[in-house]
Design a binder for this molecule. Structure first.
Ligand code: AMP
Ligand code: GLY
Length: 445
């Protein structure tokens, strides 16, 4: 089968490895891909891997490519093509109708595209989440009055997609009032903050749970935790993600039973019953909050995303032993219940290395050395490209990551750091504490 994967990050490199390894995959096209997916061209005896210079939201170009190259499956990495309706586009074109598009419809993608839509969905389906209300410029005064009923810190969320910057957590009432006004009246995040969700602050530990849904049935993928801040000990600016680990030890059987019963089942069932069955990956961002009465951890949904996480995919996907193309074909056909998900019991630790200055201003085009010296770990490229001589250059803020599978989390972490130390470029930076917070939790428990 010929497969087209859309995207160019570390997530897509990790997905590409799983797709290309499937016995069912004859050619894997990655659009636009990066230097890592380009290097996959020579790695498989039975699979051709090729980058295609095409943007994931250019539906016309994708349409033409799919027909010309007999593509039978399109796997969508990032959210933008989903929110723009790639699934609906394929369904509307007679020649594309039978192509298996792995990713939800435009309507379902609103779970990520609109915070208000997601909160309304959770409320209707009794899915645990922070209490909230939504405001517009016309109801700014009501919003300010609502802030006065809450305790600090204050959580303000731009309704629409704001490149991951639309959530503000503010320590004082004055700042919260000022920012609410800036979002609603001065369009701080443009159209995205025409509506603002104000919600109760949840105190706990975050984790990511991924669900693969065929519309009716689902499989829960391994749990992961990502590290969003640029600085060690979770300090400094938010980034796209500085590393991840999988599994998350505190998400034990009893916690995951609650996640399944209270969140996964009502989410998949709710979408089905509301006439918008979801086919694809659901990323549930959770806060594990200690219950005052039972002293147990309870899961609350912080957000839904309609795709896999990045860099969570780089620690979750290497642990999936089942044939990925078979799983995705089942998602399309609606028979995911007929297979079992095989998971590697080993722990995965992924450390992301970034360009100097990221997530603010940074330079591109630095020569990367040492990737070939890595042994026993995986290198997933994010922002990289090849120059004309075949050298690998930096081409983004998040540049590449190293993932290791090992029998314990400390071993996986140590090995990822040892291997990452073999790689270098001018201005390379990475956090040296990925996973450390959880180790401290285990020690102090
Ligand atoms: P989101 O874009 O919704 O994932 O929010 C970005 C980050 O803000 C999350 O990863 C959390 O760390 C934090 N956050 C969002 N909502 C809340 C909340 N209700 N309580 C505490 N932290 C939150
Ligand atoms: N790692 C968080 C995200 O992919 O949104």
């Amino acid at each position: 089968m010929n497969i087209l994967l859309l995207g160019s990050g570390g997530r897509e490199h990790a997905m590409a490895c799983q797709l290309a390894a499937s016995r069912q995959c004859s050619t894997l096209y990655v659009a636009p891909g990066n230097a890592g997916t380009a290097a996959m061209a020579n790695h498989y005896s039975n699979t051709i891997v090729q980058n295609v210079d095409m943007q994931p939201t250019d539906f016309q170009a994708i349409h033409a490519w799919v027909l010309k190259n007999d593509v039978e499956m399109v796997v969508v990495g990032p959210e933008a093509p989903l929110v723009a309706g790639i699934r609906d586009y394929f369904a509307s074109q007679p020649a594309l109708r039978n192509v298996m598009v792995i990713g939800p419809s435009k309507q379902c993608a609103q779970l990520e595209g609109s915070k208000d839509y997601a909160k309304e969905f959770m409320k209707r389906n009794n899915i645990p989440t922070a209490a909230y209300r939504t405001f517009t410029a016309d109801t700014l005064q009501d919003g300010i009055a609502f802030l006065h009923t809450l305790k600090a810190p204050y959580v303000l969320k731009a309704d629409g997609l704001a490149a991951g910057k639309g959530v503000l957590i503010l320590p004082t009432l004055e700042e919260a009032e000022r920012e609410l006004s800036a979002m609603l009246k001065d369009a701080k995040f443009g159209e995205a903050s025409a509506k603002v969700v104000i919600e109760e602050y949840l105190s706990g530990i975050e984790l990511s749970v991924f669900v693969l849904s065929d519309g009716k049935h689902y499989k829960i993928l391994p749990t992961a935790k990502d590290y969003k801040r640029i600085g060690e000990n979770d300090t400094g600016l938010n980034t796209g993600g500085m590393g991840s680990i999988s599994p998350v030890h505190f998400a034990d059987k009893s916690f995951m039973k609650k996640v399944e019963e209270r969140i996964v089942v009502p989410t998949v069932k709710g979408l089905f019953q509301e006439g918008t069955p979801y086919k694809g990956f659901i990323f549930v961002g959770l806060m594990a909050v200690t219950n005052d009465t039972t002293h147990e951890l309870d899961p609350y949904v912080i957000e839904y995303n309609v795709r896999m996480g990045d860099p969570e995919t780089e620690s979750v996907f290497p642990r999936i032993k089942s044939d990925m193309v078979d799983l995705l074909e089942r998602v399309w056909r609606g028979n995911l219940q007929q297979t079992t998900l095989e998971i590697d019991p080993r722990a995965a630790a992924c450390v992301m290395a970034v360009a100097e200055g990221y997530p603010e201003h940074y330079e591109k085009g630095k020569r990367i050395r040492g990737i070939d010296h890595v042994r026993g770990s995986m290198v997933f490229h994010a922002g990289t490209r090849l120059d004309n001589e075949g050298n690998v250059l930096t081409n983004g803020g998040r540049v590449l990551c190293v993932t290791t599978l090992a029998s314990s989390m400390p071993e996986a972490m140590l090995k990822s750091y040892q291997e990452l130390a073999k790689i270098s470029w001018d201005g390379m930076y990475y956090r040296r504490d990925i996973g450390q917070d959880l180790l401290k939790l285990i020690v102090t428990k």
